[in-house]
Structures are given as structure tokens and as C-alpha cells.
Design a protein around this ligand. Sequence first.
Ligand code: F6P
Length: 362
Amino acid sequence: MKRIALSTGGGDAPGLNAVIRAATKTAINDHGMEVFGIRSGLDGLFEPGGVFPLSHSDVRGILPLGGTILGAASRGNPFKRVVEKDGEEIIEDVTQEYIDRIKLLDLDALLLIGGDGTLHIANELHQRGVDVVGVPKTIDNDVGGTDVTFGFDTAINIATEAFDRLHTTAESHHRVMILELMGRDAGFIALHAGMAGGADVILIPEIPFSFEAVCNKIHQRIARGSKFSIISVAEGAHPSGGQKVYKHAGDDGYITRLGGIGHVVGKFVEANCGAETRVTVLGHIQRGGTPTAFDRWLATCYGSEAVRLIARGRFGRVVSLQGRRFTSVKLSECLAQPKRVDVTGDTVQTARAIGISLGDES
Ligand code: F6P
């Protein structure tokens, strides 16, 4: 009988609990495995009670719950510990401590659920002989090797509802309403929710924008009788030749945190486009609460498929949805090419065709 352990890393995303539930049920029902949960990312490996058994009753009722019953850890790489040596800070590789601990706990395989950071950790462990399988998670949808990550659908539904609500004030007060959405390096949320929510301008990290183009669009709409405009902006969007905007630059030991580009655009629009402007930053509301039906389905299929990979001994892989088929790709392959919005693809072309400005027109 195999002993497998589940861990959720990085920021939470709607659907994590659905993965945990499906993986636990599949492992017990179909493969007679013993299932364990690891608390707070991989840190739980070292905590008293940090690795605990998961049974049917532990996963009962968690399908519609947001967050993760295991807890997550979203700091950098746990294998790189900052220590002081001779008055200097150095980074020590402590991967072996984790590997020894996994052996000591007699765990045969790990199922790591997370985004880019967690999957890098999974790959590192795999290369050092640990039997690992990954499940791709992130609301940003920027993990390579799969068509879609769970969490994304919920995020765009929440963001779309926000656009619908912002339209009310935009139309009533003849204002420009800006909604800043998550998306560090990939603009999928801003693009898809922007299109679904009727945005007039969509600014994404993949397409550097010009402030003039944004203004032109607003003026064009006013000239055609539309006295309001809606702007969707990804937190990682930036003007061409300019920098991303950080709320936290990371120079004092904290992890860098994006945020503020919505206000930068808002200030410019109000000062230069003759339009009263308001900015909303949706933030973690995009990651909170119950997953959509699509994310529950996707997360369930991912969790179950990941256990089948473990049962077949197909380690070092990450589950993937390609078209309508669930399959898997090597972790190294999935990490080699993070997913980005295809700037010449169908979705961007459609956005342009229906008159949405991507901020790059002259
Ligand atoms: O990776 C998902 C994500 O939502 C990013 O879009 C965002 O920059 C980040 O997480 C925020 O993370 P935190 O919870 O650490 O603020």
C-alpha cells in the first residue's frame, strides 16, 4: 500500500479543496492508498501534527469551499534558507533536510498542488529522487503545459461581476471607471473578464501601452456619444518603455508585490482626458470564496488524474487539460514555457475587432 501526501503551495485559489477531495477519494477508493495532508505548504513536514491522515470524513463537505483545508505558504523557495555566517547573510540549500524528512515519515509520493513556484519546488524534489506529481493551480492561468489552471474561471466570473457593477456608476455619472485586476506576468484575467464585462480599454503585461492611446479611445467614445468608459488593467501592465508598478518593491526583505498601475492610469486620464475617473482595485476578492462549477469540475478531474499518475508510477509530471482530454506533461516541460496571452491570437484579434483598445494603437 502506498502512502501519499498532499500539499498546497503558493497563494490560495478556488478549487484547491476540490482537488484535495478528489485525490483523497480516488486514492482510497481505487488504489487502497493511505493519504496524508501536509499543513501550511511543505513547512508542515517539520511541525508536530503537520502531517496528518486524510479520510473520507475529512474531505466531506469541502467541495464548494474556497481556500485550502491544508493551509498554504506563499513565500519564496523553502529550500533556500537565509543564514548568518561570519556576520554575513548567505543562502543555504536545505533541500536535503526536506528529502530526509519525507523518508523518515515513510511517504512514498507527494502530490503538490500549486502554481509556478510550487511546481519548481516539485521539479527540484523530483530531480533529487523524490516521487512527485504536480497539479497546476493559479487564478492567473499562467502555468505552461495545460490549457487552463483551476481558479481562473472563478476569478474571471468575480471580475466580470465587478465590471457589471462598475458600469452602473460609469453610466450614471459619465465617468471613466478603472478596475485593476491580478495578473503579474500574464493578462488573462484582465483580458477575459474585460471582454466579458464590456471594457473599452484592456491593458495587459504582454502589450505595453501608451497613455495617449488610452486617452484617444476615451475621446473617440465621447465623440460618438458614449460619455463613460470602462478600463480593465492587469496589475502587471506597464507603459511602453516604462516599468511595472509595485506596492512593495521587495528591497527590505519582503517579497515584491505588484499594485498601483490602476491609479497611475487613473491620474493620467483625469488630468489629461477631461473625464472624471475612479479606480477600484479588486485584489484578493478574485481569489476568495466558492469556486465556479467549471473550477470544481476541473479541480476534481485534476486531483483524480494526479492520483492515477502516482498509481502508474509516472512521477515528475504535472496533470494537464489539452482540448477536452486530461493528460500529463513533464514538470520540466511545463516550467520551460510559462503561458502568456497570445498577442496575435484569436481572443486579442476579437477584442480589437469589436473596438476594444489594447492601449497600443498610435
Ligand atoms: O499568482 C496569483 C496572484 O494572485 C498574483 O496575480 C498576485 O500578484 C499574487 O498572487 C498576490 O499574492 P499575495 O497573496 O502574496 O499578495
